[in-house]
Design a protein around this ligand. Structure first.
Ligand code: NAD
Length: 464
């Protein structure tokens, strides 16, 4: 206990803890009012500053900011407001005959004081997205965004101060020490978005207080292209999904597994679409983002060097510029299995191409790795699509497309095992931040009372 008292965030935590029941009792209208205030801040007041901050931190093109940050959060808020009244109500269920005289329902009650730790690749969306669910479910929250995108973090702190009082929502900036200190506090729920390795640290810390967790993690998301697929359409979508945000997306297609007979056609199509999207000089294109930090630039550079050491073939790209943290859209083939590009999550604009002879071979390749956050299939064959889905496990899947499953608020979003625990978005986000509390109300004499002690011979006969 003395450790906790000395924790730099204990007083803040305590303020929220003392306030949690007041916030938890908030009505539908009161919660909508808060969501409206957050919506106004993002949609109107700070919209231009959001674009500037993302450009400074990530060189993020304005269209990508509008689509994947502003539009996404606003869409989330609107969806939640539309359904929240129903989610907050009593969820009635049937009551068995053996409990005659009573009725049953459950309610979604707030978990309490929550911690939200977010990454840098979509700083606003991945911070305010979980916050929308936390507020909707009636929680208080302390937020720790990533230190990698400092301009975004400072702006988010400003927005939080503008919209909320700190006994309801507070944002603290800082590096790993800040997360470590926060993770010592006995939060009721921890919502973490980041890498699987840090996810394990978060889960271990949560275990000390038996805090529940939602872990939105990452990993290697495969893209399977079979021999029946429309190759040019597949290439177009994959070039869009892979190089958006310079490949720094958790559901980015990490690598392609393609039927060997289609490899050359696919690579030619990819070259065409890269040129079409980003011109011959992607470095000068306003549509192409930069790598977040020099550390990540060096990490990606070493992937390319490692591939070259294994005599892999750079089919497209490979150009790097350290000063501007630019890495060209790159496609690499002929990789050996031990190449780091095939071992680690890439999280950057490099696409390895792996070929297969049979679909079973592709399935075995996927299953030999950790379970992915997303798995994409390009095929015209229903049987092949079904076979891939039934014989693999993944957080989510798109058929003949990629990434877009993230944008449907009606779908659960999240991974499985190494790629995550729990789900978010829309109702599933509200559920993640809620405890389902079961309630049985006794109205009249209950038949179970007939079986109270003393246990006579008659009662024994009745239960047999
Ligand atoms: P990260 O795990 O390095 O960092 C995420 C957050 O954890 C940051 O706020 C960071 O400060 C904090 N952190 C880092 N090390 C920590 C430690 N030792 N103890 C406590 N906290 C620590 O991840 P990242 O580099 O910011 O993001 C990239 C990763 O996140 C990728 O693996 C990607 O796939 C994943 N991701 C997942 C989703 C999703 O929704 N599933 C979304 C975006 C990113």
């Amino acid at each position: 206990m003395s450790n906790i008292i000395n924790n730099p965030y204990y007083q803040l935590f305590l303020k929220q803890k003392e306030n949690q029941f007041k916030i938890g009792k908030s009505t539908y209208r009161q919660r909508v009012k808060k969501l409206n205030a957050l919506q106004r801040a993002i949609e109107v007041t700070y919209r231009e500053q959001i674009k500037e901050a993302l450009y400074k931190d990530l060189g993020k093109p304005v269209v990508e900011t509008e689509l994947s940050e502003v539009y996404q959060i606003i869409g989330d808020i609107k969806y939640v407001k539309k359904h929240l009244h129903q989610w907050m109500g009593k969820q009635r269920v049937n009551t068995p005959m053996s409990m005659l005289g009573s009725s049953s329902y459950y309610i979604y009650e707030p978990k309490g004081v929550c911690l939200i730790i977010s990454p840098w690749n979509f700083p606003f969306n991945l911070t305010f997205g979980p916050l929308v669910s936390a507020i909707a479910a009636g929680n208080t929250a302390i937020i720790k965004p990533s230190e990698m995108t400092p301009n975004c973090s400072v702006l988010m702190a400003k927005i939080v101060i503008d919209v909320f009082s700190e006994d309801e929502v507070a944002l603290v900036v800082g590096e790993i020490e800040v997360s470590t200190a926060l993770l010592e506090l006995p939060f009721n729920h921890i919502f973490f978005t980041g890498s699987p390795n840090v996810g394990k640290i978060v889960m271990a810390a949560a275990a000390k207080n038996l805090a529940s967790v939602t872990l939105e993690l990452g990993g290697k998301s495969p893209t399977v292209i079979d021999s029946t697929a429309h190759i040019d359409k597949a290439a177009k979508k994959i070039m869009w999904g892979k190089y958006m945000n310079a490949g720094q997306i958790c559901v980015s297609p990490d690598y392609v597994l393609i039927d060997e007979v289609k490899k050359l056609e696919f690579i030619e199509s990819c070259k065409k679409w890269i040129k079409g999207f980003y011109t011959e000089q992607p470095k000068d294109s306003k549509s192409y983002a930069r790598i977040v930090t020099h550390k990540h630039f060096e990490r990606l550079k070493s992937h390319i060097e490692n591939a070259e050491n294994f005599n892999a073939k750079i089919e497209v790209g490979g150009q790097l510029d350290s000063d501007s943290k630019y890495i060209a859209p790159t496609i690499i083939s002929n990789l050996k299995d031990e190449a780091t590009l095939l071992q680690e999550e890439i999280f950057g604009p490099i696409l390895p191409i792996v070929t297969y002879k049979t679909l079973d071979e592709a399935i075995n390749y996927i299953n030999a790795k950790e379970r992915p956050l997303a798995l994409y299939i390009y095929s015209k064959s229903k049987a092949n699509t079904k076979k891939v889905i039934q014989n693999t496990r993944a957080g989510g899947t798109c058929i003949n497309n990629n990434i877009i499953h993230y944008a449907n608020h009606n779908l659960p979003f999240g991974g499985t095992n190494n790629s995550g625990i729990g789900k978010s978005h829309g109702f599933f986000g509200f559920e993640a931040f809620s405890n389902k509390r079961a309630v049985v109300k006794q109205h009249t004499f209950g038949v179970t009372e007939l079986l109270f002690p003393p246990y006579t011979n008659l009662k024994e006969k009745l239960v047999r």
